[in-house]
Design a protein around this ligand. Structure first.
Ligand SMILES: Nc1ncnc2c1ncn2[C@@H]1O[C@H](COP(=O)(O)OP(=O)(O)OP(=O)(O)O)[C@@H](O)[C@H]1O
Ligand SMILES: [Mg+2]
Length: 203
């Protein structure tokens, strides 16, 4: 990893963590509203999300709604150096992974090509949909099948971020999996034609 990428990750993470609690709650609520407005609950029947860590936006409200409506929701579970997406219903038992992030205790996983949407946390993103993660390569490795030209079926990849995480340019490495769209407190931005067809910024 270059020194520039290291410094960019550090400064973006610092910025993300320094959002006040009050502002964070407001932003998370706006992100939730933008998720609902995008129509993903109507167009996706198998959504994966995450438990917020290190200042990432929380998508707990969406998890709760999925639980109430009996919509299948999945959370990442670390398996060696990859992620498996396991069914999780709000209130189910959790156990911490090696990074102290809660993951479902009951691990019924679904191969990720069968997920309709994955909500992905990120450290930084740019106007092209390039994504900078925490640096572990977990999402990139687990979703590397989407990079193959033969891949016909892939989940819609939506980055969930605060607008302060947008940067001018992220240098995409050949293993990096790009985003189809990003949702921040300010709204939805689509990067792929699939996202443009599936998602709406206004209801
Ligand atoms: N498909 C892959 N196969 C093998 N190694 C990979 C693959 N994708 C990423 N990696 C490895 O993971 C390391 C970290 O990748 P990168 O810096 O892009 O992480 P990231 O995108 O920030 O993290 P994450 O994917 O967890 O959000 C890279 O140095 C690379 O060696
Ligand atoms: Mg990457």
């Amino acid at each position: 990893m270059s020194q520039a990428t290291y410094s960019l990750r550090q400064s973006l993470q610092l910025q993300r963590r320094s959002i006040s609690q009050k502002e964070r709650e407001h932003f998370d609520y706006c992100i939730h509203q933008n998720l609902i407005k995008s129509g993903i609950l109507l167009r996706s029947n198998r959504i994966a999300g995450y438990f917020s860590n290190n200042g990432e936006p929380a998508v707990d409200l969406l998890m709760q709604i999925c639980g109430e409506r009996n919509l299948a929701f999945y959370l990442p579970v670390i398996n060696k150096r990859n992620l498996r997406f396991c069914l999780y219903k709000w209130g189910d038992d959790l156990q911490n992974n090696v990074f102290n992030i809660p993951q479902p205790a009951n691990q019924h996983s679904l191969p990720s090509q069968f997920l309709s949407t994955i909500l992905m946390p990120l450290v930084g993103f740019d106007s092209q949909g390039n994504r900078l993660g925490m640096g572990g390569g977990y999402y990139d490795r687990s979703l590397s099948f989407t990079l193959a030209s033969s891949c016909k079926k892939k989940p819609l990849l939506i980055g969930i971020a605060y607008s302060c995480q947008q940067v001018k340019n992220i240098i995409r490495q050949n293993w990096d999996v790009s985003l189809d769209a990003v949702i921040t407190e300010k709204g939805l931005t689509c990067f792929s034609s699939t996202a443009e067809q599936l998602l709406h910024s206004h209801r």
